[in-house]
Design a protein around this ligand. Structure first.
Ligand SMILES: *Cc1c(COP(=O)(O)O)cnc(C)c1O
Length: 237
């Protein structure tokens, strides 16, 4: 019998979870500690139904308009959304009430805008600070050397923003060796910051790793991986 798209996605997710577990195990961790964020940017809105039927519960979108449409269509479903891409300031207000985590706070003006709007909307917003770990000039994110100041600023002046950790993307070029170095540098930055930020700042999460490099990311300490293409292998999109 032909498998449905939902079954194919579920099988792909099971395979990804096994790979996460194996990579976690090799680093003395448990795969259960690592959240799989299903990136849905390749799918039109109606096909989110397949992802939900496949049992995935945390979904990620990089484009705000797509996120709004998908959230609104599946508002009744037992899922939550992460915003993972660059968010223009005029789209913050409509995005915050629809997400459980903003993974991509990528500048101090963005941090201040999220604080202002979250306060106006009486929201408490969980965020990750996006760090440009590859040094790629076309990528968004704080330069590593500015992250400490931004976290201290948030801890002091952004009561409606709760930082939960750091997010980063490996360089597009250079293969897995470079990716591993990028991920290690993000983890080392986090480990160093833990010693200098106020004790009420939680830097527990490291969101790093996509389809091509998530095993490296898990071995380097990822607590969240953002997976798109690997979930849709064999699905016509
Ligand atoms: C698209 C995207 C991903 C997922 O990439 P895949 O290669 O499809 O796994 C992860 N993170 C961000 C920020 C993305 O835009």
């Amino acid at each position: 019998m032909n498998r449905t798209d939902a079954q194919i996605i579920a099988d792909n997710a099971a395979r990804v979870r096994e790979q996460i577990a194996t990579a976690a195990d090799s680093a003395g961790r448990s795969g259960d500690e690592i959240l799989l964020v299903a990136v849905t940017k390749y799918l039109p809105t109606e096909r989110i139904a397949d992802v939900i039927e496949a049992g995935l519960e945390t979904l990620g979108e990089s484009r705000p308009q797509q996120l709004w449409d998908k959230y609104d269509r599946f508002e009744q479903a037992d899922i939550r959304w992460h915003m993972i891409g660059h968010l223009q300031k005029n789209k913050i207000r409509k995005t915050l009430p629809r997400i459980s985590l903003l993974e991509s706070v990528d500048s101090s003006s963005m941090l201040d805008a999220v604080q202002r709007i979250a306060a106006e909307e009486s929201l408490q917003q969980d965020v990750l600070i996006e760090v440009n770990i590859s040094g790629d000039k076309t990528k968004y994110g704080f330069p590593p050397e500015e992250v400490e100041a931004s976290i201290l600023h948030a801890a002091e002046s952004c009561p409606n923003v709760a930082i939960k950790g750091l997010m980063g993307m490996a360089a597009r070029e250079g293969g897995l060796d470079i990716a591993r170095r990028n991920f290690e540098s993000l983890r080392e930055l986090r480990d160093r910051l833990i010693d200098v930020v106020p004790s009420n700042v939680d830097l527990g999460h490291l969101s790093m790793g996509m389809s091509r490099d998530f095993e490296e990311a898990v071995r380097s300490g990822a607590t969240m991986v953002r997976i798109g293409r690997a979930l849709y292998e064999g699905v016509r999109i």
